[in-house]
Each structure stands twice: as structure tokens, then as C-alpha cells.
Design a protein around this ligand. Structure first.
Ligand code: GLU
Length: 465
């Protein structure tokens, strides 16, 4: 069975890069009817926060990425780590190192002066003397110091590391007893049965160390997929401005989970030239072997394009539900279908959609100056008056066509072009130019509100004259 995991350190919010590897791991587990484990790597008490953990869980919930089983917290697994550290000490595969900070600094300086790689020199590796007083030892693992370590990577192929160039007897437990990252990751991945590790390639340099831990404990080494980074359009690391922000910000900006996940799956992975993927298709088609070897480029226009695609293809009932998150309550509005049909083609995000709808639903408080000047000139007020009078006599105008007929009648009776009534009516109803068809607007806001907006415009312009 394929078991993957996402293992965030709760030092900050979940960002786009993290979410993408989470998605890849999720898809691969689902495709194989396997398991997707969520493990919170919260051993670094100084840098972790409960708030960040909650933010990560909230993002998972919003996106509908469901992990299997209980969430694992490293902070609750101290006894397990202690047990394996003891095992390594007992088997002489790890040892206590009493080197003081000063000694370590001196060693480092000397190595730098000699232009050597800075590394621990193994001075306590075979130590059987009397431990120096006043130094709490760290625990170091006996790493192979010669030979080759091969990382079998499903994205990058086999990568060979020379032990001499990259390893030393690295610390697996600090002086206070707390285990270090490379140790706990390997222990957890092994004990949790994780056999396919998909993670960012910023972790590639840790992998040989984790392999040392696997080997020392006799654990089976998982298959790794190190995913290249996401870059901005200038080919640089993503900054906050380009999207390296809290995933929940995407919700605030009005993106739907579908759009965001579809956007992410295409960052570094493709299936022919297909751009639109439902969750089922992603699960069906995704394979980490097809992850690109080079960095992917974050492209905001692509995200907006996907977002508008999903909005257009979402039912109005679902959209109305989703819009409640953007302070727009349309769920029981009797014209929500008409309103959303008219607007959804043009909205890039749910927030856009909510803003456009709110503009239509609220009585304008003032008029765009330029638009008003152009619209309310000549006989515009007379035309508005004529239309208002006709509307007041109309019995239950309801659908856009009802309003359209009323406008037609005025146009015919007054022998004017449609533009003559369209412009002043638009500014009266919406406060500015632009927006959907007026028949739609009037149908949505209803007869009383339409009359009110027309009356307001007439009053405003009569007073101005
Ligand atoms: N906790 C690590 C991080 O958030 C990830 C560990 C891993 O994926 O192996 O960077």
C-alpha cells in the first residue's frame, strides 16, 4: 500500500509551495487507494505555534484535503524518539559528544582558515575516557565517513553523494535531550509506514542524513520525490508579493478550492496540454514520476483564468452558498439565478462576484460625476419621469423581459433610441456606467427599488438645475 505524508513545521502559515507538495502526496495516496498521513512537526518549541498549527488545519479543511487516520504530532512522541536514541547508543551506533560550544567554534575557525569543509571531527567517536565535567553531551550518530550514499529519487533520478563531502557524525539529540529534525523525520516516516516521500527539493541535502538514520535503525528506505521549487515570473524564489503567502489569503481573495488546487497541480506537473482537472481527474492522472525536473513558474493570470472557469461552471445555488463567505446573502433571494447568470461570466473571483452583486443590490449613494453629466442632460429627466410613470402603473413586472417591454414602450412612444433611455436609467440605477443589462438589474432589485432609484436620480438632478 502506498503511504504518503505531509509533514509541515508549524512555524508559520501554510503557503503555496507547501500546499502543492501536500496536494501531490494526497493525490498519489488516493490514486493508489493508499493512505495520506498528516504529521505536524512541532518539536522546535521556540519556533512553533499553536496558531500556525490551527492555520494549517484550517487550510486543509477549506481545501477539502482529508488526511487518513489521526493527525500525528511529533511533540507527543518524545518517548519513541528516546527509545530509538537509546537503541543506537546501546548498539554503539551513536555516542555522546562532550565538545563544548567554544571547542566547536575553534574547530570551525581552524577549518575555515585551512579552507576545509567545516564539520565535526569525530573526536568523541571512540572515546572511552572520563567525560569532562560541566558539559551536557549531545548525541551524535556514527555516520559512514567514506563511500557513496545514493538517493533514489523519482523526479531527479539516482543522486549520488560522497559521504566525505557531505557527512559528519551529525547530532541526533541536543544537550537537552531533544531529538533533531533529520532523526525524527526518518524515525517517523519509518514507523508510520511512509514509503513514498514527496517533498520540496530544498530538503534534498537532508536526505543522505536521513538515509544514515534509516540504515542505522535497520529501517527500509522510502522512495523519494524531491519536487523543484516554484519561481516567480523573473525566475526567482517566490516572494509574498507573487503568492508565497498564507493559503487562506487565497480564500480572502475569492479563489475557490477547485481553482487553487487545479492551479497548483499544474505547477510542476502536466498531462499533455490539459489545463482543467477535476479532483477525480487529478487523482486518476497524477503520477509523481511525471513531475518536471525544473522549477515551475507561478502565473497569476493562469490562476485567474482557472478561477473564472470554475465560477462560470458552478451552479447558482452553490455560488450563492459560497458567496456568504464574502458577506453577500443571496441564498433566499428570489432572483439570485438571474443575477448570478448575468454576473458569473465576468467575475474572476468570488470576491469580484460578490462586489459586483453588492453594487447592484445597494441603492447608489452618489453618481459618478462624469457619467451623470453625460447621462442626465437634455431631456433625460423627462424620459426617466415617463419611464417611472409607466413602471408605477405596471402590474407586477417580474422578469427581465417585463422590464424590457416597458422600456420598449417608452422608446416607441417617445420616438427615441434605446440609448436615450439606457444611459440615464443606468446611472440612476447603478450610479455609473457599465454593468449588466438594465432589464436584469430592474428585475433583480424589483419594482419598488427601481422606482426609488429613479426618483432619487430625478430629485438629485432637479435640485442641481
Ligand atoms: N517539517 C519539514 C518542513 O516543514 C518537512 C519535512 C519533510 O517533508 O521531510 O520543512
Amino acid at each position: 500500500m502506498v503511504v504518503t505524508r505531509f509533514a509541515p513545521s508549524p512555524t508559520g502559515y501554510l503557503h503555496i509551495g507547501g500546499l502543492r507538495t501536500a496536494l501531490f502526496s494526497y493525490l498519489w495516496a488516493k490514486k493508489n487507494n493508499g493512505k495520506f498521513v498528516l504529521r505536524i512537526e512541532d518539536t522546535d518549541k521556540a519556533r512553533n505555534s499553536e496558531e500556525a498549527t490551527q492555520a494549517i488545519l484550517q487550510a486543509f479543511e477549506w481545501l477539502g484535503l482529508k488526511h487518513d487516520g489521526e493527525i500525528e504530532y511529533q511533540s507527543k512522541r518524545d518517548d519513541i524518539y528516546a527509545k530509538y536514541i537509546k537503541q543506537l547508543l546501546d548498539e554503539d551506533k551513536a555516542y555522546k559528544c562532550y565538545m563544548s560550544r567554544e571547542e566547536l567554534d575553534a574547530l570551525r575557525e581552524e577549518q575555515m582558515a585551512n579552507k576545509q569543509r567545516t564539520k565535526y571531527d569525530g573526536r568523541y567517536r571512540d572515546f572511552d575516557g572520563v567525560a569532562p565535567e560541566g558539559v551536557e553531551p549531545v548525541i551524535r550518530i556514527k555516520a559512514p565517513l567514506k563511500g557513496e550514499i545514493i538517493v533514489r529519487d523519482g523526479v531527479k533520478g539516482d543522486i549520488s553523494f560522497q559521504a566525505e563531502d557531505i557527512l559528519d557524525d551529525f547530532v541526533i539529540a541536543r544537550a537537552d535531550g531533544s531529538p533533531t529534525y533529520n532523526f525524527v523525520v526518518a524515525v517517523d516516516d519509518a514507523l508510520m509506514g511512509i514509503n513514498e516521500v514527496i517533498r520540496g527539493d530544498d530538503h534534498l541535502s537532508n536526505t543522505p542524513k536521513q538515509i544514515v538514520v534509516y540504515d542505522a535503525l535497520g529501517f527500509e528506505i522510502p522512495k523519494f520525490y524531491h519536487v523543484p521549487m516554484i519561481h516567480n515570473s523573473e525566475g526567482k524564489k517566490l516572494s509574498k508579493r507573487d503568492g508565497a503567502t498564507d493559503v487562506m489569503e487565497y480564500k480572502n481573495m475569492g479563489y475557490t478550492p477547485e481553482a487553487l488546487l487545479n492551479f497548483l497541480v499544474r505547477l510542476g506537473w502536466s498531462h499533455g496540454d490539459q489545463e482543467i482537472f477535476s479532483m477525480d481527474e487529478m487523482i486518476h492522472l497524477f503520477n509523481p514520476e511525471d513531475i518536471n525536473k525544473s522549477a515551475s513558474i507561478y502565473n497569476t493570470e493562469k490562476l485567474e483564468w482557472l478561477s473564472s472557469h470554475y465560477i462560470k461552471n458552478t451552479s447558482n445555488t452553490d455560488l450563492a452558498d459560497m458567496l456568504t463567505d464574502y458577506e453577500l446573502i443571496l441564498t433566499s433571494h428570489d432572483k439570485k439565478e438571474i443575477l448570478l447568470d448575468a454576473l458569473k461570466e465576468r467575475a474572476k473571483t468570488l470576491k469580484d462576484l460578490a462586489d459586483m452583486a453588492k453594487e447592484i443590490l445597494s441603492t447608489p449613494e452618489n453618481y459618478d460625476e462624469k457619467a451623470a453629466k453625460k447621462a442626465f442632460k437634455g431631456d433625460a429627466i423627462t424620459i426617466l419621469n415617463t419611464f417611472g410613470a409607466k413602471l408605477s402603473k405596471a402590474e407586477n413586472p417580474h422578469m427581465p423581459t417585463d422590464y424590457h417591454h416597458l422600456m420598449e414602450e417608452v422608446v416607441n412612444e417617445m420616438e427615441i433610441g434605446f440609448g436615450k433611455i439606457g444611459q440615464p436609467l443606468r446611472v440612476a440605477l447603478l450610479g455609473k456606467m457599465g454593468g449588466p443589462g438594465l432589464d436584469v438589474v430592474m428585475s433583480v432589485i424589483g419594482k419598488t427599488e427601481t422606482m426609488l432609484r429613479i426618483a432619487n436620480a430625478i430629485t438629485a438632478n432637479t435640485n442641481n438645475d
